[in-house]
Design a protein around this ligand. Sequence first.
Ligand SMILES: Cc1ncc(COP(=O)(O)O)c(C=O)c1O
Length: 462
Amino acid sequence: MELRIDRQALVPVVQQIVDALAIWIRQDAVEPGTRLPSIRQLARQNLLSQASVHEACQRLVAQGLLASRHGSSFFVAPAVSDAGATAEEAWLPGVSSAPADPTHQALKLGCGGLPESWRESDDLGYAIRQVSRTDMAGLFNYGPPLGLPALREQLSRRLKQFEIDADENRILTTTGALHGLDLIVRTLLPPGCCVVVESPGYPKLFDLLRLHKIDMLELPRTSRGPDVDALQCLLAIHRPSAIFINSTCHNPTGSNLIPAVAQRLLQLARKHAMLVIEDDVYADFQGATRARLAALDAEVIYLGSFSKTLSSSLRVGFMAAAPSVIARLGEVKAITCMGGSRFAESVLAKLLANGAYRKLAQRQRQRLNADMAVALQLLEDADWKVFGKPSGGLFIWARPPLCDYAELQRMARRCGVQLSSRTRFSPSGADTDWLRINVAYARDPKAQAFFRATALDRPQVS
Ligand SMILES: Cc1ncc(COP(=O)(O)O)c(C=O)c1O
C-alpha cells in the first residue's frame, strides 16, 4: 500500500500516515474487518519507521476507524466505511478528513460570531503560557463553584462601567452565557411555567426552553427594545414567571434597548412579579453608553460572556444577581459541573488585569463600527429594508427586495454565500423574510456580489 508521504511537507509524518489511511478506508469504502498490511510491511514499502506507522494506527483506533488485535494487527473497524464522518468530525467542519460539505467554503454572511481572521491570539497565548508556568492550581484543580475570586473581582470592576453595582457576592462564573441560561431555567423556573421571549430572538434560548418543556410567549422586538405595549397585553392574560431580554446589539436585529422602554418594562415586571433576565453577551461590541436593566434594578439577573470577543472556545461567561440567587445557582452549578474551568478563568483574569482584553474589545468595536457603515451602505444601494439602523455591534436585520426565499438561496449559492435560517429566530418556528447580516462578513466580495444580485434594478449574477 502506497501512502505517498511528503517529507518536505509541514504536516508531521505520523499525521500524514493517519490522513492517508483514513482516506483509503473512507474513499475506497473498505469492508469492515479488512486487515491492514502489517506494520513492518507498511513501514518498509513507504520508507517509514515502524514506530511512526504504529503510532498512526493507534491514533486511528482512538478515532474509531481501526480496531486492533493484540496491539499489533489492525483491522478496519465495524461500520466505519458506511458511517462516513465520526461524531467528532461532525463538530469540526473543515478538518481534512471530514466529508465534502457543499456549503463549507461558503461565506457565512448570517453567522453569529466574528470571522476567525479577526481573532487575536498573541495576548491570549501569553496569558495561557503565564498561567501554565505560574499557576499549578489553575492547571490541575477544580475551580470554586462561584468562580475564581480574582476573576469575580475583575468582573465586578468591569460591571461598574455599565453602572451595574455588583460586588463579588453577586457574581457567579459560568461556562459561557448559555450555561448561565441553563442554570437559571433549571433552578429558578417552576416546571410547567411559561416565560416571555423576544421574537425574533436567540434560537438556542428557544431550544433550551423547549428542552425544559417551558412554554414561550412571543414578544415582538422593536428597534427600541421589546414591544412594551404588547407585553402589557400579554400580562393581562398570562402569568409568565420570567422574561428574557437581550438588551444591547440584540441577536438577530442589532437593536438596543432605550432607557424609556427599559423603565416601562421593569415597572411591568415588578407589578406582575416576573423575573427579568438580561442577556448582554454582545455588551463589549457596544461600549458602556447603553441602558442596562440591571443598572436600574438590582433584582435583574444579568448575563455576560467573553465568547464573542475573546474566544468562544475558552467558555467563560458570568452572571450578576442578588446574593441569594447567586448562592442557589452556585449550588446547582456545583452539583452539575463542580466548578468552571479554573484554567480558563485564570487566563481571563490575567487578560482583564493587564488591560489586554480592554484594548482588544476597543479594536473590535472600531473595526465593527467601520464595517457597520459599509454594510448599511451596501444594503441601501441594493434596496434592502433595514430594521432600524444599528449603532454598532455585529448584526443588521434586513429584508431583501426579493422575498422569494428559494430564489434568494439559489442566488446566494451562486455567489458562494450562506444565508441565516428563515425559521430559527422565531420561537414558534415561523417563516420570516428578514435575514441576519453579520457586518464583519459584509465587505467580502462574495457578499457584495450577492447584495448586487438581489437589487431589483441591477443585472443579476449568472
Ligand atoms: C443572545 C445570546 N445569548 C447567549 C449566547 C451564548 O453565548 P456563549 O457562547 O457565551 O454561551 C449567544 C451566542 O450566540 C447569544 O447570541
